[in-house]
Design a protein around this ligand. Structure first.
Ligand code: FMN
Length: 412
């Protein structure tokens, strides 16, 4: 027989409620951006915030890839196929994510990679990204297509480990000039990007009619009504233009066609090796054969990359190619990877498979669009916490103990 239980109820008393109240200061913040950022639990959450904050064309320029965006999707899917091999009952009470990058200490195996037009995502732009990199203890690579000059970034954030990313220009004197400026402003390393002989076909930009700087058309004015804060920032701060290049008005594809040198060869790399005394990284390596050749030509490091899926669609998937490049290069050069990384577990997987560190682009750009410097900071915090948690759950306390055997790629 079923006895009905009668629940006795009472009015809550303040003395009972008080110990339950654990209100976080962020939830009281009057600033809606801080509240939103505090509630972002992952980089994907920051991406969703970014989508709401930035105009469509700007978000799409950042988020999108080339062609059918197959490379972009495959890069992320490869990380989704990662299955870890954890060990239990290891003492992981103290996890140390520090490592060395180009022989110097870094707080974790992460680098903020080069991205162009950064002030378009948020007016705080490159200096904001560099300040976060400095606080986080990781390097940041300024792009040739940056919207803050080599000199200004060095001036504003002198303590950041600054790298400079170079394209080989049709005008070799211009390339040489960049190298000299980077050297005289104390940049630590040069990153030569080699996967852009011509511009990738960015269909979202064509559909959105994106120009740099963004132009005021009927469509963008209509957009302005839905993203007033972004337009207000754009129109009331310093003009958005390439700080290291001469002024240019046109589409991204037009700019690339004007500047990139489709005739660049391995001899140009050898020239650059002679012109730059510091560490030289070659970015955009897809195969073991090319990795060997650029190391033969004097590269200190290679970055296995498909430019975030923004150049050759159907290019090799970086995480899948990483082991063969690591094998080919041996201990002659450091191997880095980028493309598709969206969190700390991805970083750990790539490092276990042999990458010295991982570069990210969109991770910090989503943060930047979501909330300027505070958003980049949130992105860095999320990734750092995920790296440590993943290492602990794997049973590993030091980066040097990450091994290929700890990662399987499940069949596609
Ligand atoms: C908006 C945007 C702009 C970029 N601009 C450059 C650039 O100027 N030079 C360069 O070498 N790579 C550039 N990249 C590629 C990144 O350095 C990096 O290879 C890529 O973002 C890695 O993929 P992820 O965004 O998934 O991390 C850009 C990427 C994005 C998303």
């Amino acid at each position: 027989m079923y006895n009905q239980v009668v629940t006795r109820r009472q009015w809550p008393r303040w003395s009972d409620l008080q110990p339950l109240l654990r209100l976080r200061p962020e939830s009281f913040s009057l600033d809606p951006t801080s509240r939103r950022l505090a509630s972002a639990a992952s980089v994907r959450d920051l991406r969703r915030l970014a989508m709401r904050r930035a105009p469509r064309a700007v978000f799409d320029y950042t988020d999108g890839g080339a062609g059918d965006e197959l490379s972009l999707r495959r890069s992320r899917e490869a990380f989704a196929r990662v299955e870890f091999e954890p060990r239990v009952l290891q003492d992981v009470s103290s996890v140390d994510a520090t490592t060395t990058i180009l022989g110097r200490p870094a707080s974790m195996p992460l680098v903020f990679g080069p991205t162009g037009f950064t002030r378009m995502m948020h007016t705080e732009g490159e200096p904001a990204v560099a300040r976060v990199a400095q606080r986080a203890g990781i390097p940041y690579a300024l792009s040739t297509m940056g919207t803050t000059s080599i000199e200004r970034l060095a001036d504003e954030v002198p303590g950041c480990r600054r790298w400079f990313q170079l394209y080989l220009w049709r005008d070799r004197a211009a390339s040489r000039d960049f190298v000299h400026r980077a050297a005289s402003e104390g940049y630590e390393a040069l990153v030569l990007t080699v996967d852009t002989p011509v511009a990738g076909a960015r269909r979202r930009d064509v559909r959105n009619g994106l120009t740099v700087p963004p132009t005021l058309t009927l469509r963008t004015l209509a957009e302005g009504a839905t993203h007033p804060r972004w337009w207000f920032d754009l129109l009331t701060t310093e003009a958005l233009e390439f700080a290291s290049l001469n002024r240019f008005d046109g589409t991204v594809a037009e700019l690339a066609a004007r500047m990139f040198d489709p005739a660049a060869t391995m001899e140009d790399l050898a020239w650059l090796r002679r012109a730059w005394a510091g560490p030289l990284l070659v970015k955009g390596i897809a195969t073991a054969a090319d990795a060997r050749l650029v190391v033969d030509a004097g590269a200190d490091a290679v970055i296995v990359s498909n430019h975030g899926g923004r150049q050759l669609d159907r290019a090799p998937t970086p995480l899948e190619r990483l082991p063969e490049v690591v094998d080919a290069v041996g201990d002659r050069a450091e191997v880095y990877l980028d493309g598709g990384v969206l969190g700390g577990a991805d970083v750990v997987a790539a490092v276990a498979l042999g990458a010295r560190a991982v570069l990210v682009g969109r991770v910090y750009l989503y943060g930047l669009m979501a909330g300027g410097e505070a958003g980049v900071q949130r992105a860095a915090e999320i990734v750092a916490a995920e790296i440590e948690a993943t290492m602990a759950l794997l049973g590993v306390t030091r980066v040097a103990d990450l091994r290929p055997g700890q990662v399987h790629l499940r069949p596609a």
